[in-house]
Structure formats: C-alpha cells, structure tokens
Design a protein around this ligand. Sequence first.
Ligand SMILES: [Zn+2]
Ligand SMILES: [Zn+2]
Length: 327
Amino acid sequence: MQMAIDLHVHSNASSDGEFSARELVEMALVAGLETISITDHDSVENVEAGMMWGQRYKLEVIPGCELFSQYKGKFLHILGYYIDPLHPGIQGLCAKAAEDSLSRIDRQIAVLREGGFYLEKEKVLAQCSHNAPLYSNYAEAIFEDERNKDNPIIKKYRQMEMGLIEFCRDYMCMGKKYYIPQYIPSSEQVLSVIQESGGVAVLAHPAVNLKKGDTAILGELVEMGLVGLEVFTSHHTEEDENFYLDYCQKQGLIYTCGSDYHGFFKPNVSLGDVKNNTYEVVEALKAAWKAQTAEKEKAAPGAVPGSVPAAASDAASTPGSDTRPEE
Ligand SMILES: [Zn+2]
Ligand SMILES: [Zn+2]
C-alpha cells in the first residue's frame, strides 16, 4: 500500500491549533500516514517534541514552521522545512512576532468593540491558551459571545462552514476594516532566516494570497531562495492546483502537499486529506534541502546548522551553537 504524507499540520503551539505534538503523531499513525511536518504559525515550540514522538512511534516528522511575511503588499505564508528549531535566527523571529501580537491585544479589542462587537480579553486569551493571539482567536471570542447573537454580520458568518476564517479574511486581515498594523517581517527576511536556520522554504497555499497573474512575485521569491510551492492544499481548487503545478514544472521548482490541518478551527479539513500526497514529494523536498545545504557548505564551510564540515568532522557542530555568522 502506498503510504501517505501531510506536510502542513498545526499543533497547539499555533494559537488556532487544537492538538499537542504527541496527539498529532498518534493521529497521523491512525490515519496511515508515513511522514508529517508540524508547521506552526510563527512558532517552533513543538518541533522538538514532534520529532521525539515521531522517533518513538516510528513516524517521520520533518521539522517545520509556517512564518507570516509580507512582500509588495501581499501577505505571504512561508513554510520552512528541515529548520533547526534552536537556531537563534528563527527563535528571534518567532519571539518578536509573539511579543508584537501580545502588545496589540488591547488596541485590537478596542477597534472591534468600536465596530459593534462584544468581546472580552479573557476569552481571547483563553482561546489561544495564553499564547500570542491570532485573528481567529478574536473572531472566536466574538462568535462565542452570546451578546453578539443578533448581530447580522455574525449571523451571516456563523452559517458558513469556514465562517471564522472568512470573517478574519473580510474584517481583520491586512488592509481590512479592523486591521491593526502589526509586525510582519518581509518575505526577504523570512526566506533568509529559514535558510540561515538550515531549512528550505516553500510558499504555502499561493492561491490564497496571490492572484494567478502574480508570477513576477513568485519569480522574485525564487530569486531570494524559495525552492517550491505548496500546490496541493485544502485551500486550492483544482484549477489552482493545475496552474501552480504547471508553474513548478516549468520553473524547476518542487511542489508539496499539506492539508493545513488545525483541528476544530477548520472542521472540514482532516489530517492527511490532501491530493497527490505520496512519498515522492518528501524525496523531492529532501533533495532540494540537501542541494541547498551542499551549496551553502561549499560557499561557507561549517556555516550550515546541523552539517559537519568535511575538514573538521571532529569539531562541535551542535544545533544552536553560535559559532556561525548571524547574517
Ligand atoms: Zn497559512
Ligand atoms: Zn497553516
């Protein structure tokens, strides 16, 4: 039997994820998966736990993350695979995003209240288990507040299958009515942090944030080090999949598959439920990572986290050691 994979899974280190790393590994086994990657929003907190449980249960868990970024006015989600979760570059970026999110809570609540919605700070914090809140945590606090039950906007979104997400997209995301300016690093910065941390970068669900005519942007991201696109995802239509698969084939990029599983937050998405999720996708991803690592090693021996320089195989090369250049 062909084993399946899922390279885009959120744990409870994402403020909108439901399950722990251990639960996800157990669920992946039950679902008959061979490989997963836990790719949390601006967090690498559960990466090591995921790998540890993967080892125990004999499931391949690729270290990963999903980092928010912006480029030319577009909000882009960039997946990093094979990153060293202890690298100061990635740790610093995640810490800064969390700090910024926590500092915006009062302002975000005030703006939503001015918009006529009832919500309580305690509920927002409870929704994200006291992690840094995401838009969806505010939306959930609003949706669950009885006082909003007759609000026609909430009524409308409550009827939708993915109402919470649709509400966030229409009212809270960058450029929308209740958006509070926030720290979103540039895609250049995120791509370079992923590479410095020893990983390869793949653009998550391109059709969500880009129009099909935005291929110039894709080309620029590739110039900056992007190695592939997440073509098969619960967010894409068949037309999107065909378009981006064709783009990858023409440009020599790899494609990946991920469900973007979150648990209750995306009730219609289940673990491993994504098309073309065969192990060949992992092999191609691994090959791209190895090729990039070899290139970097050639350019600056010893600079890649986790790799051992050929000329100094006895030297310490502990992940997270700060013997490598920062930039
Ligand atoms: Zn995403
Ligand atoms: Zn995601």
